[in-house]
Design a protein around this ligand. Structure first.
Ligand SMILES: NC(=O)c1ccc[n+]([C@@H]2O[C@H](COP(=O)([O-])OP(=O)(O)OC[C@H]3O[C@@H](n4cnc5c(N)ncnc54)[C@H](O)[C@@H]3O)[C@@H](O)[C@H]2O)c1
Length: 398
């Protein structure tokens, strides 16, 4: 019997995280890199039936023309990441994957994202037609490459947030929204609906709405498939979810927590629009209350500083109170390369999601909470507790 093959379908397929994920996968296949940074390569997951790097086929949707090789070269030049040898060895594979990338849809993505699209032929599609186009592309990809399953991962630019009062709480309500000419659901939710309706799992790496509403989770359960999200926890917020439980465990009262983030990539440019930025700031800011049990004063700022390219500096200033009401301060500076922090987590999420599929799990995958700033299906935000949940799931699943 031939070895089964699995699809990874990336929405935003030529963005920084997608390009790095694709290059990283290719480098793993060529054994040009160790598995450092990959959670799924840890000994705790050695007994899980995980899909091998060689079994994956990649495709996706994108709204900018470009090519993967151009995007990888740009990251290399501007952000001093990857080496020449890796770029050269993976070039052929990047060119082949470009052939699997199709034009994306633009429903309710906001002005800033719409301006990124040079070919806006899909801009006129209504929600139902957008879903039909996405499904035709997904079916074609699965059939052409004879894939056992396809995991759809949202790595597209962050959309403006949608007022929670408008989220459909049932699948029936979502379906009637799709018929309305003023349907408020954004493209990320249309991609989610298209994938889940075909029984394909969906992972939302971004703060965009995606499959978050109860009505879309209901669709996933009805179609016996699963989803995970949202907004991957890769840097400053990861630190928050490690440090906040420490302050709580020592009964030190956090009075204020300020996080200032500066970076210069395309994601940062989109987040420079105050409307898109709101979705990200909400996602980075809400978790402290859950871990501390009270709400200190908080401030999260995100600024686009072009010269920094993909390198993010996050400065956190934590003002806290100890015994005899003595005020103290912790300051941390985090300097990380955004796409390099994110890419291995994309591969981990795909592998764990496929393992959950094999176990017949449906709906929101709560055991993946450690990967997200706003985890679906669980209220737990503390990183080490979330890691224990993941490891316990792996023990049960092995
Ligand atoms: N460490 C991280 O990099 C990190 C962490 C958490 C979340 N995220 C989120 O992941 C996403 C990707 O980050 P990035 O740095 O790669 O951003 P990016 O701007 O480099 O890439 C986004 C890509 O999505 C494309 N796109 C936008 N709207 C689309 C649509 N409707 N359909 C298809 N393609 C579309 C854009 O053209 C672009 O190529 C962002 O939403 C970001 O906030 C990133």
């Amino acid at each position: 019997m031939p070895t089964p093959r699995y699809g990874i379908w990336l929405i935003g397929a030529r963005g920084g995280v997608s390009t790095t994920t694709i290059l990283g996968l290719s480098a793993l296949r060529h054994q040009l890199t160790p598995e450092v940074g990959l959670v799924s390569a840890l000994p705790a997951f050695a007994k899980l039936p995980l899909v091998d790097w060689d079994q994956f086929v990649v495709g996706g949707h994108e709204i900018r023309p470009s090519t993967l090789a151009t995007e990888a070269e740009m990251l290399h030049q501007q952000s001093r990441v990857f080496n020449e040898q890796t770029l050269a060895a993976c070039r052929e594979e990047l060119d082949a994957i470009d052939q699997n990338i199709r034009p994306g849809v633009l429903w309710n993505v906001g002005e800033t994202i719409r301006e990124l699209a040079t070919d806006d032929s899909s801009a006129s599609l209504n929600p139902r037609d957008s879903i039909a186009q996405i499904q035709a592309d997904l079916n074609d990809f699965r059939d052409r490459h004879q894939l056992t399953d396809v995991v759809v991962v949202n790595l597209a630019s962050t959309e403006p947030p949608l007022d929670e009062a408008l989220w459909p709480t049932t699948w029936q309500a979502a379906e009637s929204l799709l018929e309305q000419p003023s349907c408020p659901l954004p493209a990320s939710s249309l991609y989610a609906i298209a994938a889940l309706d075909l029984g394909m799992p969906y992972v939302n790496f971004t703060p965009s709405l995606g499959a978050t509403p109860g009505g879309i989770d209901e669709l996933a359960r009805e179609r016996a498939t699963c989803h995970a999200g949202r907004d991957a926890k890769t840097g400053e917020t990861l630190l928050k979810s490690v440090l906040a439980p420490m302050f709580a465990g020592r009964n030190l009262e956090v009075m204020s927590w300020v996080g200032h983030n500066i970076f210069g990539n395309l994601d940062g440019k989109v987040l420079d629009d105050p409307v898109n930025k709101r979705a990200k700031v909400e996602s980075k800011d809400h978790l402290l209350e859950k871990m501390l049990g009270y709400s200190p004063q908080t401030l999260v700022s995100i600024e686009h500083i072009q010269s920094l390219a993909d390198w993010k500096t996050a400065w956190d200033h934590i003002h806290f109170q100890g015994f005899l009401q003595t005020p103290m301060t912790m300051q941390i500076t985090w300097q990380g390369c955004d796409s390099l922090l994110a890419a291995p987590l994309v591969l981990d999420l795909v592998r764990f999601t496929l393992a959950a599929r094999a176990r017949g799990e449906t709906g929101a995958l709560a055991f993946l909470g450690s990967f997200f700033k706003s985890p679906l299906g669980t209220e737990n935000q503390a990183f080490f507790e979330q890691t224990q949940v993941l490891e316990a799931w792996a023990r049960e699943s092995s």
